[in-house]
Design a binder for this molecule. Sequence first.
Ligand code: ASP
Length: 609
Amino acid sequence: MQLDFLGTLQRTHMCGELRPAHDGETVVLMGWVNRRRDHGNLIFLDLRDRSGITQIVLDKEVSALAHSKAEAARPEFVVAVTGKVRKRAAGLENPNMATGEIEIVASELLLLNEAKTPPFSPAEDAIQNEEVRLKYRFIDLRREQMQQSFRMRHAITKAVRDNLSAQGFLEIETPMLTRSTPEGARDFLVPSRVHPGEFYALPQSPQIFKQILMISGFDKYFQIARCFRDEDQRADRQLEFTQIDLEMTFPQQETIFKVVESFLASAFAAAGITITGGFTRMTYDEAIHLYGSDKPDMRLPAMVELTEVLTPELRTTLKIEQGLPALGFLIPAVGELSGTARKALLSEIRTFFGDCGLDLLDTVRLRTNEAFLPLANAIDSKLQPDAVRGDLAVVITPKLGTPAQWNYDPQWIYKRVGLLRLELAKKFADKHGAFTQTGTAADFKFLWVTDFPMYEWNEETKHWDAAHHPFTSPHEDDIKSGALFNDKGSVRALAYDIVLNGMELGSGSIRIHRQDVQAEIFRSLGMSDEEAKSRFGFFLEALEYGTPPHGGIALGLDRIAMLLAGAASLREVIAFPKTAKAIDLMMDAPTPATEHQLRELHLRQSVKS
Ligand code: ASP
């Protein structure tokens, strides 16, 4: 095929721009052939660029040459059109297109590049196979939906940058080749050619750098920062991801909350959502007791404690373990369940719990026995099921012999029941409609969770782990009371999470700014002074040169973009994501290194069989 050169031709407009007001103007458009319809002497090309689509008419009578080129054109060819804007005749407008009231009568068509028939057409809305989409990402990204998501992501990012700049934050870049930053995940290591046997680590976050920037007097820092964590993949996790990372000097928790609420309002406004509902506050303990989770989804009612309702006598009769919590919750508007549906639900719940000891207390059956009527009524009055809407009441009790702890976790019953609540919420989503996107602020329920525990017991290593990261400050009261030294499990951290619709958007903390406290925390985490010195010596030293109190937070930009785009996976809002198996299907990464590369890096490969 004979292709044309662009020469000096310049585009005058974008494909989504022209309106009846441009009638009669001569314009030059460039883009991809979205669709082509051949009516003999008339050929229609839908020309697409990132701004939209314009209909081009190639009339043999106007230009035989341009018409013959259009005969050769196929979908995804890249073309340049010179022509006149014409208002479409009455009745021929296309109300589904922004440019549907006009068309371009082409006088010249340049075929700038041809295209093989793509494995799927960007003109189609629904493309099922994600592997094909990711392998041919360059075509997938041409789709309107993707273009829209990335326009939105750009707008959100820009809004955050503008907002934080206006709040006095400076954007400062920190290194990608660094040493391990302890965020609790595995590091990616990069071998050094210059220093045989030594490795850089890619940052799990800019945590230490941003604290150093506070020590250096920058007062307020932010970065749209890339972070790397070698973790197992999930729909809401990627090996590399982007954080809105910030740190400031002399803050209270409240100061940080205000900063975040402000930039989130700007980010959401950029996506057309005015945040109105405010940000709820809850301590970690409340979150666990009410939702069985440290990231509660508050779009549905909380759990209700029924422990007191089940008296010791009733527990004996009903074979319920004494002393352990009994919990109930409602799933709204499920409607009356048939006998069969109820039975199926019952067995689903029993399968869900397996043999852990928890069981459903069938309140419907309870009502059939007069002796238990008062109990059924007491449960109802606590749960307040709305019979008119047909709310489903679920009551979970521990059977005789249920352990008080599971995996050393005294909160396990709350957490298991919390998970069931979410499962059933998903199952009946069509009924209660709480997850349905309306495109308004009502879709988004924000929450700050505060007072996280400082430590988590690690049974494998028999050590306390930092629940957040080891730079998090313990609650001042828990240092003063001595709990830090003699009751680690009860120590609260000045750590907080921001949660949106049951998803952790970000976490942060007030940091330790005293060298003695930091050294003590390292020790309490089972790190010897030598180890602390070898891993964090530079930081411990920096703390000794006048470190101001400081604190910060980091929020997942990908997650925010995903929620605002209403997407089901982070891959929809990351241009070149990895698959669930951590593969970049387009670049085909990772790949083996050549012998030569390995030699240069002083590495030898040994493959375990
Ligand atoms: N560096 C922390 C993280 O990535 C956030 C923070 O504490 O600011 O989770």
